[in-house]
Design a protein around this ligand. Structure first.
Ligand code: ADP
Ligand code: MG
Length: 462
């Protein structure tokens, strides 16, 4: 028995003044709804981001201090029609012109995933086009190769055949092998990615966090200071105002603590493994905030929010009120430094570990400067594709962190490794990265997942 294909509304099928004739095919529609962002994007066959629209649900969850799954699913349902319409309109593409459809299938909140996945499958079925269910992390891993387009801002005017003067740049070529660092609210992990031009790609997990993810750690410290969720971006801006030296930051004196003292945040070691761990750092930061309060500092989140928009020179420390905020800022500067140093430490360990295990392979940059007496780090999972680091892709929400970006660029220069930092526009969850992952799979000759693809709240990558 055959089922009649549902017909799509005619306004979606015929967008006037479509410019898609000039675009390379296939045109890919990507959908992302794994957590609290409803996102839709259109890419052309060369990975050009024709549009990328992200609608944040932060306001709906604000009073709960975190994401409420039931509210998230309802918000996705409510936001989707406008997000889709805007993505198609900005791209200047009609729904009927879409050649490939992709949506995130996991991991994430299952109710949220179901909204995007069901919509994507219905569109693909209605159009008779291939559908790809994409792993959220696969999306992040390839996102450093996306180039943001000027027209991807939601406030930008819709593109039309006549209005689109110049096409955005195509995506950067994806290296055949690279190490992927994903740092986000839910993940802190290193992956080995084998991405051949033809045939299936392979993703191996090299190491993960044992406890909190880096973004989660920033958010919890921000929460303890009374900052709005997610705390990561504000903590980062405040830390920019502070001064520290490798995790050591001087604090101003107070009546209950008349001797100036220096804060120090240690980098978690995790033995000789490659594992990340951020729960100890989070706890230390919270304990230090409590100590500041006992010493008579009065941290004011409203004042911190105001200061987070300022330049360092605007920070007056003269009165007691200002010196309390200054103490919190110093604390955050030292905290952020320790968080970033952990990432650099694990990259160094991985580099040493592979150099030790593969002495015959000097890599493109000549023999490693590794000290042979240093112990080799153990890998959490034996990779199918162990590889020296030649190129590093960095992605996820925390990849927006200013100190992390600076440190990774310096590390790449020092170690002569090409570091691909995700563009700020694609650090957080977005649908361009989902469309890009599907485009790669399409180019590799995959025919698309069956429409029976299920949403999975837990899903291993690779
Ligand atoms: P996930 O998909 O795992 O929920 P995202 O990739 O959407 O995570 O990233 C969100 C996380 O990134 C949040 O924890 C947020 O605080 C963090 N984040 C965003 N910008 C910054 C920044 N500049 N510094 C530190 N953390 C940040
Ligand atoms: Mg994410």
């Amino acid at each position: 028995m055959t089922t009649a294909r549902p017909t799509l509304p005619s306004d979606e099928l015929s967008l006037e003044a479509s410019s898609s004739n000039a675009l390379s095919r296939p045109l890919v529609l990507g959908i992302e709804s794994s957590c609290d962002d409803t996102a839709c994007a259109v890419l052309d066959g060369e990975g050009r981001v024709l549009s990328s629209v992200v609608s944040s649900q932060l306001a709906a969850h604000l009073e709960y201090g975190g994401v409420v799954p039931e509210i998230a699913s309802r918000e996705h349902l409510r936001n989707w029609p406008a997000v889709r319409a805007q993505a198609l309109s900005l791209a200047g593409v009609a729904l009927a012109e879409i050649d490939v459809v992709a949506a995130t299938r996991g991991p994430g909140l299952v109710g949220s995933l179901l909204v995007g996945l069901s919509v994507g499958k219905a569109i693909a079925y209605g159009l008779g086009k291939p559908f790809f269910g994409v792993h959220h992390l696969e999306g992040h891993l390839y996102s450093p190769f996306l180039v943001p387009a000027p027209s991807t801002s939601p406030s930008a005017a819709p593109a039309s055949a006549s209005a689109r003067a110049a096409l955005p740049d195509p995506a950067h070529a994806v290296p055949e092998r690279f190490i992927g660092l994903v740092v986000s609210g839910g993940h802190t992990a290193l992956y080995s990615v084998l991405s051949p031009k033809a045939g299936a790609s392979a993703v191996d997990t090299l190491c993960e966090t044992r406890d909190d993810a880096m973004g989660e750690c920033f958010d919890k410290v921000g929460k303890r200071l009374g900052l709005p969720f997610p705390g990561g971006p504000v903590v980062d801006r405040l830390a920019e105002l502070g001064e520290h030296k490798r995790g050591h930051a001087p604090l101003p004196a107070r009546p209950k603590a008349p001797e100036p003292r220096t804060l120090f945040f240690r980098t978690s070691r995790c033995g000789d493994t490659l594992d990340f761990s951020y729960s100890g750092l989070k706890t230390q930061a919270i304990v230090e905030v409590e100590r500041l309060e006992r010493e008579g500092f009065v941290v004011d989140p409203g004042e911190l929010m105001r200061l987070s928009g300022l330049e360092p020179s605007a920070l007056a420390q003269s009165d007691a009120r200002a010196s309390s905020q200054f103490a919190a800022i110093q604390l955050l500067a030292a905290f952020r430094d320790a968080a970033v140093r952990q990432v650099i430490d694990r990259l160094d360990r991985y580099r040493r570990s592979v150099a030790c295990s593969r002495p015959a392979d000097p890599g493109p940059t000549g023999p490693s400067p590794t000290d042979p007496s240093r112990p080799k780090a153990r890998l959490a999972h034996a990779p199918r594709t162990p590889q020296p680091i030649r190129e590093l892709g960095v992605s996820g929400g925390v990849a927006a962190n200013r100190a992390l970006r600076r440190a990774l660029v310096q590390w790449g220069e020092r170690e002569r490794i090409q570091v691909h930092l995700v563009a700020l526009a694609f650090c957080g969850d977005n649908a361009a990265m989902i469309a890009h992952a599907a485009l790669r799979r399409h180019h590799q000759g995959e025919t698309g997942d069956p429409l029976a693809t299920d949403a999975k709240s837990r899903l291993r990558v690779g």
